[in-house]
Design a protein around this ligand. Structure first.
Ligand code: SF4
Ligand code: SF4
Length: 499
């Protein structure tokens, strides 16, 4: 077997002379802790779950015949409703802007406070915390769970495990079901779901999201953060010496030793009593005293664990705390330190975020309520009428994003002697076509544009669309095709019947 550098393969072990490239997963049994961080985490968890489960049930009056769900991603009508705002597929730019702002916000928060998103608000953390709470209520704290897991199956073990998985599946089902409600009217889909008339995709997706929630929060837990999530891999690029991260104050804690342990002569006893509380409380099973690690999600539970342990032995707390590396180094030298929130990178993130926000606000307040798209007929490209006039056909789509019936005037600029007609009626309307479109609808019309043969081949034209009620205008640049040179019958020429 080729030589393997064991120092570089953390997940490698040697067994009976055979090199193993993957270590077995060691189950983590986090111990429950109490304190300020835990209380804050419960508050954030409660807030996030309440918003997630309740939001689809929040109603919002948009008038008769329109969805009354405050937040709805209507995939059938291809519209996104967010309280008073309504987005169409053409408005994807706003979603892009929102995602850019969210990404910049995450960069900013990470450079200021480390992985607080991961530790407090990431859905994986929130649901894992919830699942662990259920487990703790049924199976007890760390020691009880470890002891029971090591024992053979018994009635006590069986009913506790069965009840835990039953509740986990219930929570997972409600989570998966709530996700569906963001895409369909919540009260309607719940009723149809239980009547058995909801449609196969609804049942399939509910099953899928139930299964993923159950597996990720119940079984995979910290492995999602450590092995599956890409964020820890590049979040370190946002951190610097000034970023606040969960830190073990080694300068104060070392030399660590149990209270009753005797240290060699001349060794200074540190504040760490080596109780292991920070390790047993950690949901990813690491030892923060080893320094910053990829597995650390910044949840801060080791802070509470350490404070609990030190309070019990009347030692000063705060041995593990949110601190920055610069501050740590200064404290080790006995110097005072100051927190610098405004640094080049945070200023850059803040500026970029402010610019994206300003752009979004300006774009949203000036958002168009009409949309025009024009597609030219391909066969035939143009038609020469009996009197020599050239006629082109176009498919015109008009979006009326207002909540009222509206008549849109469509005209064409850039061509002399132009006439317009609706293909359905062949009735010439000059100088504009009047197109009535219902509220919140897209109307499609085939129109005919006629002009004298100028013998120039193609000419650029502008379709101008105007809402006669609001006066709002939009335009679309197109092309009017005709024969080039003196009037004659070329390969693209057809008579009135397309022959
Ligand atoms: S080391 Fe501390 S902050 Fe990091 S994951 Fe473990 S408990 Fe949370
Ligand atoms: S909880 Fe605090 S005192 Fe106990 S081992 Fe961890 S750092 Fe040391």
């Amino acid at each position: 077997m080729a030589h393997v550098d064991k120092t570089r393969l953390a997940a490698t072990s040697e067994d009976d002379g055979v090199m193993q490239y993957f270590a077995d997963h060691k189950k983590v049994y986090p111990k429950a802790v109490y304190g300020k961080v835990r209380t804050l985490k419960w508050a954030i968890l409660g807030f996030c779950l309440t918003v997630y489960y309740a939001l689809p049930w929040l109603r919002w009056d948009r008038g008769v015949g329109r969805p009354d769900q405050a937040l709805l991603l209507d995939i059938y009508d291809r519209k996104f409703y967010f309280f008073n705002l309504e987005f169409w597929p053409q408005d994807i730019v706003y979603l892009t802007g929102l995602l850019i702002m969210a990404a910049l916000g995450l960069f900013l928060v990470t450079s200021l406070f480390g992985r607080v998103w991961c530790g407090f608000a990431c859905p994986q953390t929130v649901w894992t915390d919830l699942f662990m709470w259920v487990e703790h209520q049924i199976e007890g704290d760390r020691n009880a769970r470890m002891k029971r897991d090591a024992q053979p199956m018994s009635f006590d073990k069986f009913w506790r495990k069965a009840l835990k998985h039953y509740i986990w599946l219930g929570v997972a089902f409600w989570t998966g079901g709530a996700w569906i409600m963001y895409f369909l009217d919540a009260p309607t889909i719940v009723q149809r779901f239980w009547e058995g008339t909801a449609g196969i995709s609804v049942y399939a997706f509910t099953f899928l999201f139930t299964a993923t929630t159950y597996l990720l929060a119940g079984w995979a837990r910290e492995q999602v953060c450590t092995f599956m999530c890409p964020w820890p891999r590049f979040q370190s690029a946002m951190l610097d010496e000034q970023s606040l991260i969960v830190t073990y104050q080694g300068w104060r804690g070392e030399t660590r030793a149990h209270l009753k342990a005797k240290l060699p002569e001349g060794t200074q006893r540190g504040d760490c009593i080596d109780c292991g509380g920070c390790v047993t409380a950690c949901p990813t099973g690491i030892d923060i005293r080893d320094g910053a690690q990829l597995e650390c999600i910044g949840c801060g539970l080791c802070i509470d664990a350490c404070d609990m342990a030190l309070s019990k032995v009347q030692r000063p707390t705060g041995l593990i705390a949110w601190d920055n590396l610069e501050g740590q180094a200064a404290k080790a030298r006995g110097e005072k330190t100051r927190l610098h929130l405004l640094r080049p990178r945070t200023i850059i993130y803040l500026t970029a975020m402010s610019m994206a926000f300003t752009f979004m606000v300006i774009a949203l307040t000036n958002r168009s309520t009409i949309d025009l798209s024009v597609q030219q007929d391909r066969a035939p490209l143009f038609v020469r009428l009996a009197d020599g006039t050239i006629r082109d056909g176009y498919m015109v789509k008009v979006s009326n994003k207002t909540q009222a019936d509206a008549v849109f005037d469509l005209s064409v600029q850039g061509l002399d002697g132009v006439e317009l007609a609706l293909a359905e009626t062949h009735t010439v309307q000059n100088p504009v076509l009047h197109l009535p479109i219902g509220p919140d609808q897209v109307g499609g019309h085939r129109i005919l544009v006629m002009a004298p043969d100028h013998g120039v081949g193609s000419s650029k034209i502008n379709f101008i669309l105007r809402n006669t009620t609001t006066g709002e205008e939009t335009s679309y640049q197109g092309v009017f095709l005709g024969p080039a040179g003196a009037p004659h019958h070329g390969e693209n020429e057809h008579d009135e019947h397309g022959r």
